[in-house]
Design a protein around this ligand. Structure first.
Ligand code: GAL
Length: 847
């Protein structure tokens, strides 16, 4: 018999299985003290990771969350994205990728906690920072300040989300997984800049949030003056210096940036896991008890969700799970080991304050006491250049530069942030056997722009005011009458057209012909197009296509920023000098003809006559739609589209938008990246991919495909070559591992750690290919003193000749293998030397 009754305080369901007499009380009491978040009376050291639900397909969620759990996470964090949930005022969407309830329930099913960052301003490199564009047009509105219309809308959405969670019993106070909630996002400095109204708004936001009664604590990140009981938290690459605004609040790091986002035309950024681990260990040793990786899985900005301007469709973020949901090694594995080591110390860390001892000029020990006696210690070396040998508790420990060691029993080093035991996986985009049916094309008719579905006005209008962001594209067209007496018609010295734009990209057509294009950058959105134009005597049509590339997501009152062609637009070089067209009569057309017809969606694709692309390498005019069909590639590797042969545009599969593509090359400075990781991380010093397209591959979730006849539609603004568009599958190409023969013997480690005593690895090298892959060959193996990094290993002065045969015997043909690293396996190639084993193995789908 099962009896149900309600908890008086939190409406929590108490299920009592009477015949077993075991009460299963699902509700949790979540509060905090100065040391930690306290769940059901127990202080917790919590490791969290950001996974944003609309940045992957729902079919991927469970796998991502389970991988996160296996990576040692306790909590999944997500923002709530207002503009996907309320695309027009009062009309809500919680379907598909927007199914927030399903996402939180998936977290719950995996046995993890959730942190819901409702915002509703989220920043997040997301279109308009998460605000719906209609919000800008609410009369009298001003975003993120003490403004009634804004506060009314923000309160309504916040309550909508809180109520949705409550209805589904998803707060921990109801038995659900949500243990934390966030209001606003990094408002502190913005509020300060606004003065009293900023302060009033922040207070209002906190109190409004508290009144929703979630039964779990609220946080405000980067908000020094967060009012009680809201916890102010830290975001950044490091948070070791962060102190909450009241001594009774715990030290929480809501965004530990695992990498950085990219913009089209910019480099990509990597952040070495050694430094991420260092930052976490440093934060924890100084009293931090909650760390969230931003991002743990970055994912994809599908459709037109990328913020901007110019944020790429990929939001990979160099996260432990890559854009495609695959494990990124060694980032994932090394952090997993860090989490395991920290959890071994959890009881000591959350129950005592550290004793800090100096171990040298740049070396320290933080010692925490176990309640049952003994201690746990964290030893740090802040020196960025030299390793240090320190004596702690009468034992000598070697600390590599910029590294931290964890000793759960104050004697045994179970983890050092700079010593990476996890394997490295080299990922590749391999051809997927998906033949495209012959490409067909349909060109936008530039001559008929402005003929229908358009309006005219005098002067130049802001693009977003006109489009309301229903399309990236806005046509501005006008006509100019050139008298036959103009000298340039005789002397051939063509006049110059000048167009000043507030952003983001522009294409100029004169009498139906492309005259040129230009675009801004994230730093300098404004740009000027200037080019010679072929005008003729009589009427000339000037058609300017202004293209938005994501609305701003950050900046004071970004809702007021202009986009599009706001002038001046002028022709220079005429007999009368300059002709300013800015205040003349302009015809406006929102979007492309193909968009209006929904050419990208299966039911409407055939509303026009498509023509065969005649031959390979045939380049068509600018503004051309292409279509082809393909069957789903075999296997279950994640898929992508290689768009390297195209220029700029958008792409859809079976009517679902893969996102914007742009193959413009990265112009960053990659020469400053020397691969080192010591010292404070700076994205600009860690750029990769300069000289190559910032983004060439575009994620296609497998769940969007059917076995046969998938419709692929591409809208190309420039003049790309569709015949070379190809499906690719993301797979592990090779795996490397590098293990020293010496490993600490931790078998006798006596510690109190939430009841679990763990054995740490012996000196073993482990290799594992991707799902359904096998090790097909050993590219490199050397036990001795090998040199180099993965992909570039070479033999050192000492090398055991048995290395290859042993690795081949143990590994080839297997999905994974492990080999003990020691003289008794390989023979001793050089006694009295500390040896290591470095291996690179090739992975493939055939054994
Ligand atoms: C933070 C912000 C996040 C995200 C991140 C950068 O400042 O809170 O939403 O934008 O920066 O990737």
């Amino acid at each position: 018999m099962i009896m149900e009754e309600k908890c008086s305080v939190f409406r929590c369901t108490v299920v009592i299985i009477v015949f077993l007499l075991v009460p299963l009380i699902h509700c949790s009491v979540v509060n905090y003290d100065r040391k930690a978040i306290v769940i059901n009376g127990r202080r917790r050291l919590l490791i969290s990771g950001s996974i944003h639900y609309p940045r992957s397909a729902p079919e991927m969620w469970e796998d991502l969350i389970i991988k996160a759990k296996e990576g040692g996470l306790d909590v999944i964090e997500t923002y709530v994205f207002w503009n996907v949930h309320e695309p027009s005022q009062g009309n809500y969407n919680f379907e598909g990728r927007n199914d927030l309830v399903r996402f939180v329930k998936t977290i719950q099913k995996a046995g993890l906690y959730a942190h819901l960052r409702i915002g509703p301003y989220v920043c997040a490199e997301w279109n308009f920072g998460g605000f719906p564009v209609w919000l800008k047009y609410v009369p009298g509105i001003s975003f993120r300040t003490d403004n009634e219309p804004f506060k009314v809308a923000m309160k309504e959405f916040t309550e909508k989300i809180v109520n949705l969670m409550k209805m589904n019993e998803l707060f921990a106070s109801q038995g659900g997984p949500i243990i934390l909630t966030q209001i606003e996002n990094e408002y502190g400095s913005q509020g300060k800049a606004l003065g009293p109204v900023g302060y009033q708004y922040a207070n209002w936001a906190a109190n409004m949030a508290l009144r929703t009664g979630t039964g779990v604590p609220w946080v405000m990140c980067k908000q020094e003056d967060a009012p009680d009981p809201v916890i102010n938290t830290c975001n950044g690459f490091y948070c070791d210096a962060f102190i909450p605004n009241r001594p009774y609040k715990p030290t929480i790091w809501t965004e530990n940036w695992t990498g950085w986002f990219s913009v089209f035309g910019g480099a990509r950024y990597e952040r070495r896991v050694e430094d991420v681990a260092f930052a976490v260990a440093n934060f924890i040793q100084k009293g931090g008890s909650f760390v969230n990786y931003y991002m743990y899985h970055g994912g994809t900005n599908f459709g037109r969700t990328a913020g901007g301007p110019f944020i790429t469709t990929s939001y990979d973020f160099d996260a432990p799970l890559d854009e495609y949901g695959l494990i990124r090694q060694p980032k994932y594995g090394h952090l997993k080991e860090l989490h395991r080591a920290l959890k071994l110390c959890e009881g000591a860390l959350v129950s005592s304050d550290p004793t800090v001892t100096s171990l040298g000029p740049s070396q320290q020990a933080h010692t925490y006491a176990w309640a049952s006696g003994g201690c746990a210690a964290i030893l740090s070396n802040y020196d960025t250049d030299s390793s240090a040998t320190v004596t702690f508790n009468n034992v000598k420990h070697k600390l590599p530069p910029w590294s931290i060691s964890i000793l759960p029993d104050c004697r045994t080093v179970v983890f050092n942030t700079a010593q990476v035991g996890a394997q490295t996986s080299e990922m590749g985009m391999l051809p997927a056997d998906a033949e495209m049916s012959p490409w067909e094309f349909y060109s936008e008719d530039v001559n008929s722009v402005g003929v229908s579905k358009s309006f005219t006005a005098y002067g130049l209008l802001d693009q977003i005011n006109v489009t309301r962001d229903t399309s990236d594209y806005l046509w501005y067209t006008t006509t100019v009458d050139i008298p036959s007496s103009e000298s340039f018609l005789q002397n051939g010295e063509l006049p110059t057209l000048l167009v000043q734009s507030e952003g983001h990209a522009l294409m100029v057509f004169v009498n139906g012909q492309l005259s040129g294009s230009a675009s801004g950058t994230r730093e300098y959105k404004k740009f000027v197009f200037s080019g010679k134009v072929k005008l003729r005597a009589g009427k000339n049509r000037i058609a300017l296509l202004s293209v938005a590339v994501g609305l701003p997501n950050i900046g004071t009152h970004f809702e007021e920023w202009d986009t599009g062609i706001l002038g001046a637009v002028a022709i220079y070089g005429l007999d009368n000098g300059k002709w300013d067209l800015s205040h003349g009569r302009w015809t406006y057309q929102i979007g492309l003809a193909g968009e209006a017809m929904e050419l990208y969606s299966p039911p409407y694709v055939n509303s026009v006559r498509w023509r065969r692309v005649a031959s390979t390498n045939q380049k068509h005019n600018a503004l051309t739609w292409y279509k082809s069909y393909f069957d789903e590639p075999e296997g279950d590797e994640p898929l992508g589209l290689n768009m390297g042969s195209m220029g700029k545009g958008q792409v859809w599969i079976n009517g679902q938008s893969i996102g914007r593509y742009w193959t413009t090359k990265a112009t960053g400075n990659c020469t400053t990246n020397n691969g080192g990781y010591t010292g404070r991380y700076k994205p600009l010093r860690n750029q990769v991919g300069c000289g190559y397209p910032t983004q060439q591959f575009y994620h296609v979730p497998r769940s969007w495909l059917r076995p046969r006849g998938n419709l692929l539609v591409v809208f190309e603004e420039h003049r790309g070559d569709p015949s070379r568009i190809a499906m690719v599958k993301r797979s592990v190409r090779s795996v490397c591992a590098d293990v020293s023969e010496f490993q600490p013997n931790v078998r006798n480690l006596q510690i109190e750690s939430s009841g679990n005593k763990e054995k740490f690895r012996k000196a073993k090298l482990r290799l594992e290919c991707g799902p359904r892959q096998y090790i097909s060959s050993i590219k490199f193996a050397s036990f001795g003193t090998p040199l180099g990094t993965c992909g570039k290993f070479s033999h050192g002065p000492c090398h055991a000749p048995s290395s290859y045969t042993i690795l081949e015997k143990e590994c080839v043909g297997k999905a994974s293998c492990s080999v003990t690293v020691g003289n008794w396996i390989f023979g001793d190639p050089c006694s009295d030397m500390l040896k290591r084993l470095k291996v690179e193995a090739i992975c493939s789908t055939t054994q």
